[in-house]
Ligand binder design. Structure first.
Ligand code: DQA
Length: 140
């Protein structure tokens, strides 16, 4: 199987911003670990990060017929992007929503995701392991 790990706004600064919340590992090092993990299980993975909502929508739309699954941490877009929601609803590729932090234990505006309803499932609160668990869900 072939997967896409998609990260949204501000996630390119993982390891540099709010380390107490998101950890000290950079997105690059997290992605390296994920690439090894996916490869060890006989699958393929691509990575993409953008701070731009439209770029994420384009990437989601292009995933049709290319990927077997998408792991998406949309960052703050999670809480208000109807555009990303519509992009997900418009493809048949299953999307697993991911958050490193436990958004339900944080500010109220983070409790609502406009994406979950159109995703296959959601994994949150396990730091970088949220990405591993989400990927694993596709082949377990
Ligand atoms: C996040 C949670 C979001 O609320 C926040 O805006 C992020 C990261 C997470 O991984 O915990 O940027 O998606």
């Amino acid at each position: 199987m072939k997967f896409l790990v998609l990260n949204g706004v501000n996630l390119g600064r993982t390891g540099m911003r709010e380390k107490g919340v998101y950890g000290a590992d950079t997105l690059e090092s997290i992605n390296k670990g994920l690439a090894d993990f996916v490869k060890a299980h006989g699958h393929e993975v691509d990575f993409f990060q953008s701070d731009l909502e439209g770029e994420l929508c384009t990437k989601v739309g292009q995933a049709e017929d290319v990927y077997d699954g998408i792991v998406l941490n949309a960052g703050a877009f999670t809480h208000y992007s109807y555009a990303i929601r519509d992009a997900i609803a418009g493809i048949s590729v299953p999307v697993v929503e991911v958050h490193m932090s436990n958004v339900h234990a944080r500010e109220e505006f983070r409790h609502k995701s406009v994406l979950t309803e159109v995703c296959k499932g959601e994994i949150l609160g396990f730091g970088k392991n949220s990405y591993y668990l989400a990927l694993e869900s596709f082949w377990l």
